[in-house]
Design a protein. Structure first.
Lengths: 144, 854
């Protein structure tokens, strides 16, 4: 019989209060997102978001914070890659202005960068949500 | 149980939302491109940032290279290519153009092929339909099919295409696409020789396709045939300086090959020798003909302005002997086109055994179109002769696919196309072909078009020939293959020879008035063209100066018809100004030529302003009018940005034209909206400028000054009225102080982005010049047409020259690149840059080495 409490995945074990594994996981997720985009995989934030929450669920962490952490992981992953381009001497801001102009949008360049990062965040959060929902469902099914 | 249901619901909701989001991000919706791949930092639009970095030396591998080649870039990004064979040379040229101009190449071939809607959506359908009807693609394919395999042009086109495809292969492998492609998710297909030929066809259309006969029909119908012929005559009424003053020879007519659309060659017969006055009585244009014209013009007016021949283009001149310092020859050339970022031109120097050439290459074509080689130099201007004729086909009742021709009924050939539309369904297009050419309209009357550009042309053979020519004989021989657009080629060489000669088709009809749509029943067909040896040309004239600036190139004595003043012959003011400066001079230098390229003296003003001042001296003037009069009296006829006289003059001339002609237009109900670019009353109508100049100077009592419903007038009264309007207009717009009416306040110049994206162009900024100054600013008060390339070549020995050039743009099409608009400021300020030559030591520290793939 499944427990009917609202947060069955939350457990009182003391080590679960320690944040560092999750922080490491978030950092690793950001690296994975950056590596994925380097490989041309635009859906990296989504996949990594799923993986992050599944990891959290498997370690019996609160899923809500994990989902919330997925967003920054996606954002940081893509932002890191754009930052690398800028450090490499590539005119990121000018390229953003070009993209806005070619798209026919009266947007300043920074807004194109913001939309790009928002896309990563959205994907990662969505992935986090999907991962959390699926893990909860599987756990519920397994608990039967 | 409820918890599990909630979890299932949550999971399903998350899955559905994720799936929908992923689908949208990955595939887009309708015309909205997929944002995921477009915006991911590792690729998409961001990968173009890597391309925008200042380039460094590289070692590149290209499949198919037969030997290593080097590319040395100067600081402005102009490459000097050294290769071991023509094949490698043109392959590297294709690679470089694709590297720096891929968006441009793809967009231009899409325009020419009628595939623009595939990337721009339904908004480009008008363009695609028109081009598929006109047949640039059909002609390009026919040209390629007629190109002998293994010929130099076939080898060059094939190698060039391979070079473009080398770059495409790199992009497909490594990413780095120009932003337009990930933004639209429509990527370029492999390049073919037909693509290059289609782009050559597009240039021919821009320089040689004209709707003048349709406009003439409308004007003739509205104003009456007699008045139309008087005001839009074959020979202009004002004094001009043709570069070929004669004597002329009538050499009969040369036959045409079978057209791209015709199944048979038109036999060479006699042609109507209507060289000077119009042949036969003025013909009344049936209303059904003007209905067809109206329909077609309405469609064409929806195309970008640069697609048709819109403005007179280009200056080129040369001087030799005592006229130049050093006694050899100097050439100057500045072709005028729609300005854009990037430019039509991609500057480069090319070297391989048998070819050494430097100058402006046309993006999409191998070779150099304007420039110099080790022995000769050349530039070009458009002849502006009539290259387009319209035919009214008599269709068979009950059989609209059949038309009367040479006494029988002939079935139109039908061609089907499908236009893919981004974000929409494919659109089928059917094109009917007659012996004259494609049917362009079925409104009122079935109207087909004969256009010289629809004949397969060995354009590339001519380009390669002039790139390798060593003297004038070889140069003219190479141009024998040039068919369209019809151009004047200005020439100077190291032996001190100078010339201007036309090349291309000058069509001649068997009978009728070719400036109007002609019956398509056979009696008025094109009989042939002016023989190459009889086209306008001049070689080493005794005055030691040759000038071509789109003026009518011959006098009234020329024995062939080449067009009316409504065709795009220039009104002659640029040619007149250039000749005024050069004629009789001694010891001219490259600096003098460069200064003349930037001259903004208005030749018409030098003729008319004295008459205006005379007319005003006895007129009552209020203080503001008196101040404006004084400004005009002090004015030096130069259209500088800071000039106030320029503002008064130009506004006056505009009002003077309107004051004289508009009442006639209104009374005759000229349907200006049908094609305002040609039909309205404005300084851009060469015919009206020429008429009014001639009447003002020599016929001030012309009946045109007494329009219907108005009191009788003269040039003097019309000028006074126009001056009143000018003052009212300028006072209202710029205030009551004429000293503040600077030309730059009302006149600007802009270089728009080729993609049309706002923010990626240059300007608009206050600018000097006007439509007919040597430094021309065409296209209205916010000018976007003008000198697309300026070049001066000074010959100091048989095979030694110094050359300098500039163009408004940069070598890269990437707006984030330092080579995107780095040349604009020099161009704007009238400075030239040294043209890299193949013998120069490495012009910069950046060298690419291209080798065969291991």
């Amino acid at each position: 019989m499944t427990r009917l409490d609202a947060r069955p995945e939350v457990t009182p074990r003391a080590d679960r209060t320690r944040a560092w594994p999750l922080i490491l996981a978030v950092a690793a997720a950001a690296v994975l997102v950056a590596a994925a985009t380097a490989a041309g995989l635009w859906s990296g934030p989504l996949v990594v978001g799923i993986a992050l929450t599944c990891f959290a669920a498997s370690r019996h962490y609160r899923v809500g914070p994990a989902v919330a952490c997925a967003g920054p992981a996606g954002l940081v992953g893509w932002a890191a890659f754009l930052l690398w381009r800028a450090i490499d001497g590539q005119p990121v801001a000018a390229t953003a202005r070009t993209a806005a102009a070619l798209a026919g949008l009266p947007l300043p360049g920074w807004l194109v960068i913001a939309v790009t990062l928002l896309l990563a965040t959205l994907q990662a959060v969505l992935g986090g949500w999907l991962g959390a929902a699926l893990c909860a469902l599987f756990r519920s099914i397994r608990a039967r | 149980m409820g918890s599990r249901t909630a979890k299932i619901t949550n999971a399903v909701t998350a899955a559905v939302v994720s799936a929908v989001t992923v689908a949208f991000l990955g595939h887009g919706y309708g015309a909205v491109p997929p944002p995921g791949p477009a915006l991911e930092p590792g690729g998409g639009v961001w990968s173009w940032a890597a391309d925008a970095k200042p380039t460094g030396s590289r070692d590149l591998r290209l499949a198919g290279m037969r030997a290593p080649a080097t590319v040395a870039f100067d600081v402005a990004g102009v490459p000097v290519v050294h290769a071991a064979s023509d094949h490698d040379l043109f392959r590297v040229q294709g690679y470089l153009q694709a590297y720096f101009r891929l968006t441009q190449l793809d967009l231009e071939r899409r325009i020419a092929r009628g595939r623009l809607a595939e990337i721009q959506g339904a908004a480009a359908l008008d363009s695609d339909r028109f081009e598929l009807q006109t047949g640039l693609l059909r002609t390009a394919e026919a040209t390629w099919n007629a190109t002998p395999p293994g010929s130099p042009e076939a080898e060059a086109l094939t190698a060039f295409a391979a070079g473009v495809n080398d770059r495409l292969a790199e992009l497909r492998r490594d990413g780095g696409w120009p932003s337009l492609f990930p933004l639209t998710a429509v990527y370029p297909r492999d390049w073919t020789p037909v693509d290059s030929l289609a782009i050559a066809e597009l240039l021919a259309q821009m320089l040689g396709y004209s709707t003048a006969p349709l406009d003439y029909a409308i004007l003739s119908q509205a104003l009456g045939p007699q008045r139309a012929q008087a005001w839009f005559p074959v020979v202009p009424p004002n004094a001009q300086r043709p570069y070929d003053p004669g004597p002329y020879r009538y050499l009969g007519i040369a036959p045409l090959p079978a057209g791209a659309n015709a199944a048979l060659a038109t036999p060479a017969t006699t042609a109507d020798r209507s060289g000077s006055p119009p042949a036969g009585p003025a013909r009344t244009v049936p209303r059904q003909v003007t209905s067809a014209a109206t329909d077609l013009l309405a469609r064409i007016s929806r195309l970008p302005a640069s697609r048709m021949h819109a403005y007179p283009d280009s200056n080129a001149w040369a001087a030799n002997g005592p006229a130049v310092a050093g006694g050899r020859a100097i050439l100057a050339g500045d072709p005028h086109l729609q300005l854009s970022l990037p430019s039509f031109w991609y500057q480069m120097a090319l070297s391989a055994p048998g070819i050494e050439v430097s100058g402006a290459s046309l993006a999409g074509l191998p070779g150099v179109l304007i420039g110099r080689n080790s022995r000769i130099s050349w530039s070009m201007t458009a002849v502006q002769n009539q290259s387009t004729l319209f035919y009214i086909e008599k269709t068979r009742p009950g059989h609209p696919d059949q038309y009367a021709w040479r006494g029988g009924w002939r079935t139109m050939q039908r061609v089907q196309y499908t236009i893919p539309v981004r974000g929409g369904a494919d659109v089928p297009v059917t094109v009917d072909l007659t012996v004259h050419g494609p049917v362009m309209s079925n409104a009122g009357k079935t109207t087909s078009v004969w256009w010289a550009g629809n004949y397969p042309s060995h354009t590339l053979s001519a380009i390669l020939g002039i790139d390798k020519a060593r003297d004038y004989t070889e140069f003219r021989s190479a141009l024998r293959d040039w068919h369209a657009p019809t151009l004047n080629f200005a020439y100077a060489d190291g032996q001190g020879n100078i010339a201007v000669g036309a090349a291309g088709y000058f069509p001649l009809v068997k009978a009728g008035q070719p400036w109007l749509p002609l019956p398509g029943t056979g009696e008025y067909d094109v009989a042939g063209v002016i023989p190459y040896d009889a086209v306008p040309q001049v070689y080493n004239p005794p005055g030691h100066v040759v000038v071509t600036a789109n003026q009518r190139p011959v006098t009234a004595a020329y024995p062939y018809y080449i067009g009316t003043s409504l065709d795009d012959f220039d009104n002659g003011y640029r040619a007149g100004r250039i000749s005024d400066v050069l004629d009789g001079r001694r010891g001219l230098t490259a600096g003098d030529f460069a200064a003349l390229q930037n001259d903004v003296t208005d030749q018409l003003a030098t003729l008319i302003v004295p008459r205006l001042l005379t007319a005003l001296r006895t007129a009552p003037l209020d203080p503001v009018q008196r101040a404006a009069f004084d400004e005009l009296a002090r004015w030096d006829n130069r259209m500088t940005e800071s000039s106030t006289g320029a503002t008064i003059w130009w506004t006056f001339w505009t009002d003077y034209l309107a004051g004289v002609f508009q009442p006639w237009w209104d009374a005759s109900h000229v349907p200006v909206g049908t094609d305002s670019q040609i039909l309205d009353v404005a300084p851009a109508r060469a015919s009206l400028d020429e008429d009014l100049e001639a009447w003002t100077l020599r016929d001030p009592g012309n009946p045109a000054f007494s329009p219907p419903g108005r009191p009788p007038g003269t040039a003097t009264s019309a000028m006074r009225d126009a001056f009143q309007h000018t003052l009212a207009d300028l006072t209202g717009r710029l205030g009551r102080d004429p000293a503040a009416w600077r030309w730059g306040r009302v006149h600007t110049r802009e270089i728009p982005a080729l993609t049309g994206a706002s923010g990626l162009g240059y300007g608009p900024l206050p600018a000097g010049g006007d439509r007919w100054t040597v430094n021309a600013a065409e296209g209205g008060m916010r000018s976007t047409f003008g000198p697309s390339w300026r070049m001066v070549v000074t010959w100091t020995g048989p095979a030694t020259a110094t050359a300098a050039a500039i163009y408004p743009g940069g070598q890269s099409e990437n707006p984030a690149s330092p080579w995107y608009r780095n040349l604009v400021v020099d161009w704007w300020n009238g400075r030239l840059r040294g043209m890299p030559w193949v013998d120069d030591p490495a012009p910069g520290s950046v060298v690419w080495t291209l080798r065969a793939t291991r």
